[in-house]
Design a binder for this molecule. Structure first.
Ligand code: S5P
Length: 276
């Protein structure tokens, strides 16, 4: 596990050079939550209701904005207002995966205008280093009316059965994160990746990537389509800084009670980790 995993979010916030990561750690500490809810619902009304009800218990809301049947500016204006009201960040799980020229257009512009409202995005590095460079360029060049901080998580591993995001793919994810560390906040991965030897540069003392771990569920081991789950405690124990839970929360009979349960379990696991 990365040596930074033993530090509190406050300690990491105080030293972190990236303002968005700093803000994320500060939110976690202020609200005592390291939960990201994956709000994979299909209408704007459901999404905004969920964001408002779960807002006090989450640090980040993760969207798949293209699965909404009625996406409009009302969706993103509503999300931005709720992010300000409840102090959480917005992560659009678009998983960019294309040549640089295409992802720049997908990130900035188009019908979704993701760069204007999503603090955090993610990408696969299957296309190679150029995808990270292209997204970083777009974020640096744009003048965002809504908050200025933007960050990228590299999808370094996947939770689905038989995932091919392993070995050289994962090592290269770490290489590119180190090379573009002003824009890359960290990884979506199932564990801390800090120890992976990089061809680009070796890990420095200041290196502090944030690990988001998805595939978290308290009552299920997986689904019929290959999703594989672990518990919040197990994810945090393997080095997750933030857990991502979808159906475990939004599909529960009482999503607010479920969010509180994930919040409690993940926060206690974090406290146990930093108290050594
Ligand atoms: O490896 C991954 C990466 C991601 S971002 N496995 C995943 O499941 N995800 C996403 O996390 C997935 O797209 C979905 O939005 C969420 C998991 O949802 P759940 O309902 O299975 O918790």
């Amino acid at each position: 596990m990365s040596s930074k995993s033993q530090l509190t979010y406050t300690a990491r916030a105080s030293k972190h050079p990236n303002p968005l990561v700093k803000k994320l750690f500060e939110i976690a500490e202020a609200k005592k939550t390291n939960v990201t809810v994956s709000a994979d619902v299909s209408t704007t009304k459901e999404l905004l209701e969920l964001a408002d009800r779960l807002g006090p218990h989450i640090a980040v809301i993760k969207t798949h904005i293209d699965i909404l049947s009625d996406f409009s500016e009302e969706t993103t204006n509503g999300l931005k207002a709720l992010a300000a009201k409840h102090n959480f960040l917005i992560f659009e799980d678009r998983k960019f995966i294309d040549i640089g020229n295409t992802v720049q257009k997908q990130y900035h512009g188009g019908v979704l205008r993701i760069s204007e409202w999503a603090h955090i995005i993610n990408c696969s590095v299957l296309p190679g280093e150029g995808i990270v460079e292209a997204l970083a360029q777009t974020a640096a060049a744009a003048d965002f009316p809504y908050g200025s901080e933007r960050g990228l998580l590299i999808l370094a591993e996947m939770t689905s059965k038989g995932s091919l995001a392993t070995g050289q793919y994962t090592t290269s994810s770490v290489d590119y994160a180190r090379k573009y560390k002003n824009f890359v906040m960290g990884f979506v991965s199932t564990r801390s990746l800090g120890e992976i030897e990089s061809a680009v540069s070796s890990a420095s003392d200041e290196e502090d990537f944030v690990v988001f771990t998805t595939g978290v569920n308290l009552s299920s081991k997986g689904d019929k389509l290959g999703q594989q789950y672990q518990t919040p405690e197990s994810a945090i124990g393997r080095g997750a800084d933030f857990i991502i839970a979808g159906r475990g929360i939004y599909a529960a009979a009482d999503p607010v009670e479920a969010a509180k349960r994930y919040q409690k379990e993940a926060w206690e696991a974090y406290l146990a980790r930093v108290q050594g």
